[in-house]
Design a binder for this molecule. Structure first.
Ligand code: IPE
Ligand code: IPE
Ligand code: MG
Length: 253
């Protein structure tokens, strides 16, 4: 499957190990509350879970890991929590980027970065530049991201580059390259921790045919065994992409 091919246009090859895992890392606040700790303590432990996840994903040969770190709706949280989350993001980027680079990880930050402030914008640009040629795994972190924002910014960018499209039908193939994840294959497996069963405006376009997996585990507790359990569940799914079960089981001719 070419990287930017769409699951609604072509059938991607389904391997045993998902090529791309997208995760809503939820439950940090509840993890902290259970321990009578401030919410930020949960977010800090959540960052440690991210480190472990990236190591495990790289070891398993997963090519893309996409993490929802801060949604466009998370600005509605108390300003102190928003500010602490931004600080944590800054220190994580500063402290982790060289280790990620040495491990061969390409780091990408997606979302509306214009609201994040100059310091973060510079750190993000430096991280992209430093790791851009790394091949082992692409780690994408969605910050101030919303799936609807992504589709709208893609439409606007397409029309800016191709004003003639105002008068012609826009196709999937026209739009895909402008989406934030335009250079990646679509997620094979979506994981949400924390027990909630919703998409919360994450990758709305890209999740069209993704296998969904929900777990009650809180994000700071998500470890190697949790990842392996999610992948085992994925391996038992039959990905039909519109076909019948018989067609999927038929030996390839
Ligand atoms: C997810 O954990 C992290 C972010 C949204 C930044 P939460 O902070 O949403 O944790 P809960 O849902 O309150 O437990
Ligand atoms: C979703 O978590 C966004 C992130 C994990 C960054 P939330 O905890 O904010 O989701 P909702 O709003 O409860 O669905
Ligand atoms: Mg939550």
């Amino acid at each position: 499957m070419a990287q930017s091919e769409s699951s609604t246009l072509t059938i991607p090859s389904s391997g045993k190990i998902p090529r791309h895992i997208a995760i809503i890392m939820d439950g940090n606040g509840r993890w902290a509350r259970q321990r009578m700790l401030p919410r930020i303590a949960g977010h800090r432990r959540g960052s440690e879970a991210v480190r472990e996840l990236v190591e495990n994903a790289a070891r398993l040969g997963i090519e893309y890991v996409t993490l929802f770190a801060f949604s466009s709706e998370n600005w509605r949280r108390p300003p102190e929590e928003v500010s602490m989350l931004m600080q944590l993001f800054i220190s994580n980027l500063e402290n982790e980027i060289s280790r990620l680079h040495q491990a061969g990880i390409r780091v990408r930050i997606i979302g509306d970065l214009s609201r994040l402030g100059q310091r973060l914008e510079t750190l993000i640009a430096d991280a992209h530049q430093l790791t851009r040629n790394n091949k082992r795994l692409t780690l994408t972190v969605a910050v101030n991201y919303g799936g609807r924002w992504d589709i709208l910014q893609a439409v606007n960018a397409l029309l800016r580059d191709h004003p003639e499209k105002m008068r012609e039908p826009v196709t999937e193939a026209d739009l895909s390259p402008y989406l934030s994840m335009g250079d990646a294959c679509e997620p094979d497996l979506f994981i949400r921790t924390g027990g909630e069963q919703r998409i919360s405006n994450f990758l709305l376009w890209q999740l069209a045919y993704t296998e969904l997996y929900f777990t009650d585990a809180l994000w700071p507790d998500f470890n190697r065994a949790s990842l392996e359990a999610a992948i085992r569940s994925y391996q038992q799914r039959e990905r039909r992409f519109g076909r019948t079960s018989e067609q999927c089981c038929a030996p390839e001719s």
